[in-house]
Design a protein around this ligand. Structure first.
Ligand code: IPE
Ligand code: IPE
Ligand code: MG
Length: 254
């Protein structure tokens, strides 16, 4: 199990974030600025994601989690939703070989019950094929919602341990059932596209993440943009509830 930011104080030995979580926002506006249909921005967004995975590998980030489709994105026009589902399938079909060669472990988190059976099959095969890879773990959140995650985890926990319904349970009981139990909590959260909100992304897991917002639109986000976010992160003091002097006892004494 990974250390919890609320039950424990995680180690801050390395200045590099171990886990970066990104809301890849701004594809539609990027296309609109170029007088192109919104879906053109989504296609360019896939290229930016490829670059982000590479940048994580270079910078030493072990886990990258990206929000590709939220549980609320079904509310979009039907043609955009169907384009996004088709794009997801095509990306799985065309990119998994290359990911596997690059030692990437691929995980898909979210509710699969509304996906086409063919998409579910490709998700399962991509995950099992890359399961033993030891490079960057890329998690793609699709039909994911932070509230869905807490609910599904609670249901799974009570199914496995029905006695908890009467005895009560705590954070440690629930944590193994969350969608990202295989990863440490995100250290750095990035949202592109200018909005300052979480939009029902990893509500539980972002408890102590450092939050970085940039106006840059997702298709423009490249290696240097990620490196800039990491540099900003390295300047933060992560106290996890403590005070600064507890982290630097020497300077407090002098
Ligand atoms: C993010 O870009 C991608 C998805 C939500 C799939 P948007 O499509 O939200 O782009 P904007 O915010 O409208 O520019
Ligand atoms: C959040 O972006 C979801 C993804 C990037 C997949 P949205 O563009 O859908 O977020 P809101 O609805 O504007 O907050
Ligand atoms: Mg958006």
């Amino acid at each position: 199990m990974f250390r919890s930011s609320t039950l424990d104080t995680p180690d801050q030995a390395s200045g590099t974030p171990c886990h970066v979580a990104i809301i890849m926002d701004g594809n539609g506006r990027w296309a609109k600025q170029r007088l192109m249909p919104r879906v053109f921005g989504h296609k360019k967004g896939v290229e930016a994601l490829r670059q982000a995975v590479k940048a994580c590998d270079t910078l030493g980030v072990k886990y990258l989690t990206v929000f590709a489709f939220s549980s609320e994105n079904w509310r979009r026009p039907a043609d955009e939703v169907s384009f996004l589902m088709g794009l997801f399938l095509r990306v799985l079909q065309s990119e998994v070989d290359r990911m596997h060669e690059n030692d990437i472990r691929l995980k898909i988190i979210g509710d699969r019950s509304h996906f086409a059976p063919e998409l579910v099959q490709w998700i399962e095969s991509a995950e099992s094929r890359t399961a033993n890879n030891t490079g960057v773990t890329l998690s793609i959140a699709a039909d994911y919602g932070g509230r869905w995650d807490v609910i599904q985890a609670t249901q799974a926990m009570l199914k496995a341990r029905p006695e908890l319904a009467t005895n009560g349970f705590d954070e440690a009981d629930l944590a193994p059932h969350l969608a990202m139990a295989y990863a440490p909590e995100p250290d750095l959260f990035i949202r592109t596209g200018g909005e300052r909100r979480i939009s029902n992304f990893l509500l539980w897991q972002l408890a102590y993440a450092e939050l970085y917002f940039t106006d840059m639109l997702w298709p423009d986000f490249d290696h240097d943009a990620l490196a800039a976010a990491v540099t900003w992160f390295q300047g933060r003091e992560r106290r996890f509830g403590r005070i600064s002097e507890q982290l630097h006892p020497q300077s407090a004494a002098s």
